[in-house]
Design a protein around this ligand. Structure first.
Ligand code: SAM
Length: 252
């Protein structure tokens, strides 16, 4: 979720990625969708791979990632340090190119998406749809979230560069184990945990004063019962949609 004060292209995962491997574990229901979208592909490039989350089992999987901090937490497999905008591989080196929650961090979205298309005929991209993400209750605690749509690419933006064949909703289960920004929609106390905040680029890249003020307001609302009065029904809901989408493009 982009904000007026966050410069997505300047993501500093060398700084903010330190606790990523403990806070950000692959969510099984999302893994299943990604595996299905990549089925039949044996050579896969994972662009903006981070620690390697969501990479499927395949003959060849190569992660491309700019941050040494993220690469050092990589679970397994081959990786190279690099950026989406200049993938160090010849044309059609892979069957599929995947990218999970990374496009909004790139400095040149068009270049990165064109590179994915150049190296692989199928592209599978996990994005969040800013206009829907904007409805998430957490946004009420942080004023700068209001110009989200101008900062992060949604499905339509991806479609300007890739030939989209399918878009799937990635529901967020109430017990989501990938600590993404909307992971704790039904477990609001989790947002008070500094370790959880640190592994969400949305909160960790916010101005510290703004973050502290918003978190303090949330803590107050939880203590007073105001949060439960307004959103308490969410605690017992199984899943929610806050705009996470799996975009499948190119050849199938
Ligand atoms: C939210 S993390 C997602 C990591 C991983 N895909 C996952 O699902 O856990 C975003 C990743 O994008 C990477 N990134 C930032 N700018 C990039 C760029 N220009 N090209 C490729 N990756 C980039 C960051 O370093 C970070 O590891």
């Amino acid at each position: 979720m982009g904000t007026g004060t966050i410069k997505w292209g300047m993501a500093r995962y060398d700084t903010i990625g330190t606790g990523y491997s403990t806070q950000r574990l692959p969510e099984p229901s999302w893994q299943a969708e990604i595996d299905d979208a990549l089925s039949g592909c044996q050579r896969i490039i994972n662009v903006g791979a981070g620690t390697g989350n969501y990479e499927p089992k395949a003959e060849t999987v190569v992660g491309v990632e700019p941050s040494a901090t993220m690469l050092s937490q990589r679970r397994s497999g081959t990786s190279v340090q690099g950026v989406a905008e200049a993938l160090p591989f010849p044309d059609d080196s892979f069957d599929a190119a995947m990218g999970v929650l990374t496009v909004h961090h790139w400095s040149d979205r068009a270049a990165g998406l064109n590179e994915m298309r150049r190296v692989a005929p199928r592209q599978v991209i996990f994005v969040f749809e800013p206009l829907i993400a904007h409805n998430f209750w957490l946004t009420n605690y942080f004023g700068s979230m209001n110009d989200t749509e101008t900062n992060a690419p949604g499905v339509e933006d991806i479609g300007e560069h890739l030939h989209i064949t399918e878009v799937r909703t990635l529901w967020i289960p109430n017990d989501c184990c990938d600590g993404v920004a909307a992971a704790y929609w039904g477990r609001p106390e989790a947002y008070l945990d500094p370790a959880a905040q640190a592994s969400m680029s949305y909160l960790s890249m916010m101005e510290p004063d703004e973050r502290a003020a918003g978190i303090a307001r949330l803590a107050d609302d939880l203590k007073s019962g105001r949060w439960d009065h307004e959103h308490g029904h969410l605690r017992n809901q199984d899943k929610a949609d806050y705009g996470y989408r799996l975009v499948i493009a190119g050849a199938r």
